[in-house]
Design a protein around this ligand. Structure first.
Ligand code: CNA
Length: 298
């Protein structure tokens, strides 16, 4: 099932795919930006493509689907988030060939950092080291009570999310019941609600992003952006902040016109990972059960 990957280079044609392959071979500080597109092959929808989560929400009659991830909306009514959160819940202990490619870059000592916008935490299953990863928008790995800040493992609330019910904080349970049984019975909608530690609109990014991005921009020797529409700041602005002379490569299903890349491989990123490994040589073997299926002839 090898699918066609089309390639684009800048009009001045300074770089070709061969340059990219040479650069990957010689690089040892690759800055990789990833987005929802690297997990869609596992059935987790992305946000903005035609099959994406936002169009599904529009079909449900939500006028602004982004409101689902708005902090004020969550506090006013967490039901909205929990009625659809199951759609983007990560499958357990699995990852894609593209994740395996990132792991390979890490194992070969080439990965400076993976800035992921994904919240599915699949990088952990793929074996990306914490130090090599910046989860720019947090993740489902943990969840925190919005009232008392008690933290739990994300997996502890997965069954509630799957059943579309609001998970409540065990520590706030007594106080919540007391409020319910009080004279007016008033309990704020979000009282004692557990919220996955994903970054909502209205929340700041984890401090790790701001702590290291400047130095990483100065240090990187190749930028690869994969499976992201690059529409969300400040991650999107990484691309334009890359120092001049550092090659920029895009692997994406759909073209991106608002950012400029030296080389673009258009297609499914799992295929791109397979294509790159085939071209890079024998010692570039993806450790993934699907690799043999998608590899095909060179
Ligand atoms: P997006 O805006 O939905 O863009 C996704 C991009 O990926 C699009 O340009 C698609 O063309 C492309 N794409 C989709 N499938 C593939 C594929 N198989 N191979 C190559 N490219 C593909 O999503 P972004 O990541 O750019 O936006 C950032 C948001 C998305 C963050 O806030 C995330 O939290 C959020 N998100 C994350 C997940 C996840 O963790 N898996 C899922 C859905 C949304």
């Amino acid at each position: 099932m090898k699918r066609v990957i089309s390639m684009r280079t800048r009009l001045d044609d300074v770089y070709s795919v061969d340059h990219v392959l040479d650069k990957i071979k010689s690089a040892n500080r690759i800055l990789l930006i990833t987005g929802a597109g690297i997990s869609t092959s596992l059935g987790i929808p992305d946000f903005r493509s035609s099959q994406g989560f936002y169009s599904q929400l529009q079909n449900l009659g939500l006028s602004d689907p982004q409101e689902v991830f708005d902090l004020d909306f969550f506090h006013t009514d967490p039901n909205i988030f929990y009625s659809i959160a199951y759609m983007i819940l990560p499958p357990e202990k699995t990852y894609t060939p593209m994740h395996a490619f990132i792991r390979l870059l890490q194992d070969k000592g080439k990965l400076l950092r993976n800035y992921t916008q994904n919240i599915d935490n699949l990088e952990m299953y793929a074996g990306i080291e914490k130090d090599k990863l910046v989860q720019c928008h947090g993740s489902f790995a943990t969840a925190t009570c919005v009232t008392c800040k008690y933290k739990v493992n994300g997996e502890d609330i997965f069954s509630s999310i799957r059943e579309k019910v609001i998970p409540y904080c065990p520590k706030c349970d007594k106080a919540r019941k007391k409020l319910l049984n009080s004279d007016d019975g008033y309990v704020p909608e979000s009282y004692g609600v557990m919220k996955p530690d994903i970054t909502f609109f209205g929340e700041s990014l984890p401090s790790r992003f701001h702590d290291i991005i400047r130095q990483d921009l100065a240090d990187c020797d190749l930028l690869i952006s994969v499976g992201t529409s690059l529409k969300v700041a400040p991650v999107a602005s990484i691309v334009e902040s890359i120092p001049p002379g550092i090659p920029q490569v895009l692997l994406n299903r759909d073209p991106i016109d608002h950012c400029s890349f030296d080389v673009t491989l258009l297609g499914y990123c799992d295929d791109a990972a397979s294509y790159l490994c085939n071209r890079l040589g024998e010692e570039w073997n993806l450790d993934h059960p699907l690799y043999d299926k998608i590899r095909g002839p060179n």
